[in-house]
Design a protein around this ligand. Structure first.
Ligand code: FES
Ligand SMILES: [Fe+2]
Length: 350
């Protein structure tokens, strides 16, 4: 993963009055709400004997360890050691690391890194989430794959006729018209035009005629957010898939996704949104879990015109790896990378 980014690690609704454990690149964090409903994030490891605080419970603004009952305040400082006699001072080292959290767009965002708040990349925009014209469903699934491969599949416009031919157009229509990529410091996006998805399932009920094309705007917000915005080219009907592909470790990705649609917004149609997303996942999973190397390589592989968006993603990844923000493997020989003919040291951790 890359440090110094905000990671959407959990759905807001999943963090209630019990501690909640989340994992990011092998590191466990505990989330809980204080009395104001504010989400607190701490390292999920008691400083006393290493028990997981998430196995304990919340008391007011504090969390209590389940093993010997040490109580920690929301800034991570231990404020009570039950086994000590009254008046015994609490050791200064008795604290666990706190982390910045934000709650936005139905997710809890955790910042992992060392940048001061004013220099941090922004939380990616998802303005439709708060717009009542859109109906939302959500879900999650796990991949036995590195998150960069999962993200790239969401930027890949040429695999649909092969991997998703049940829902999308046929493999005889596999040509990808040229498209333009827009890129800034942490986002790459492109609007692609293709044959529309088949008029199958519920789409058959609401889309009354065949259309020559539809569009998909594919976006990556670094390092791990996919946004897929489908416009069915029919009465403004659109679907937005916004997914946080969470790097659990080098081999496992947990995707937490929210799907918004501005058609058939009645609850009874939710199952269809979920089914389409889950079906697509199973189709992708079979291929993505087979990819070698496991991590998207920042050099090598053949990228053609239809892969321009993936190329942009790789360029952005590379930029931050070269900046020393990599935690873990990015397919670059440890310690050295080529930069315009000269070699630069790379700091890798974890
Ligand atoms: S391990 Fe947490 S109080 Fe002892
Ligand atoms: Fe796919």
């Amino acid at each position: 993963m890359l440090k110094n980014f905000w990671y959407a690690v959990e759905f807001s609704a999943a963090v209630r009055d019990q501690p909640r454990q989340v994992r990011l690149m092998g590191q466990d964090y505990v989330l809980y709400r204080d009395r104001q409903g504010q989400v607190i994030a701490l390292i999920d490891r008691c400083i006393h004997r290493g028990a997981a605080l998430s196995g304990g419970w919340v008391e007011g603004d504090c969390i209590r360890c389940p093993y010997h009952g040490w109580r920690y305040a929301s800034d991570g400082k231990c404020v009570e050691v039950p086994a000590d006699q009254t008046g015994v001072p609490i050791p200064k080292r008795a604290k666990v690391e706190p982390f910045s959290v934000e709650e936005r767009y139905g997710f809890i965002w955790l910042f992992v890194g060392d940048l001061p708040s004013e220099q941090r990349p922004p939380i990616p925009p998802f303005p439709e989430f708060d717009d009542p014209a859109w109906r939302s469903v959500s879900g999650e699934y796990t991949w036995n794959a590195h998150y960069t491969r999962v993200v790239e599949s969401g930027l890949d416009s040429s695999h649909a006729p092969f991997v998703h031919s049940v829902f999308f157009h046929h493999r005889n229509d596999a040509e990808v018209p040229p498209y333009e990529v827009q890129i800034d410091d942490w986002t790459a996006t492109a609007k692609t035009i293709s044959k529309p998805p088949k008029r199958a399932g519920l789409l058959k009920l609401i889309v009354k005629r065949d259309r020559p094309f539809s569009s998909a705007t594919l976006t990556v917000h670094l390092p791990n957010i996919n946004r897929i915005h489908l416009d069915f080219n029919y009465r403004g009907f659109q679907y937005i898939y916004f997914a946080s592909n969470i790097p659990i470790d080098e081999h496992t990705t947990l995707t937490k996704w929210i799907g918004l649609r501005n058609f058939l917004t009645q609850p009874w149609a939710d199952w269809n949104s979920r089914k389409n997303t889950n079906d697509t996942y199973y189709e992708d999973k079979a291929v993505i879990e087979s990819q070698v190397p496991r991590v998207v390589p920042l050099t090598g592989e053949i990228l053609i015109a239809s892969d321009s968006l993936q190329l942009a993603y790789r360029k952005l990844l590379r930029k931050y790896v070269e900046q020393g923000w990599a935690i873990g493997d990015y397919g670059i020989p440890t310690g050295l990378i080529e930069t315009n003919g000269k070699q630069a040291a790379v700091v890798t951790a974890g």
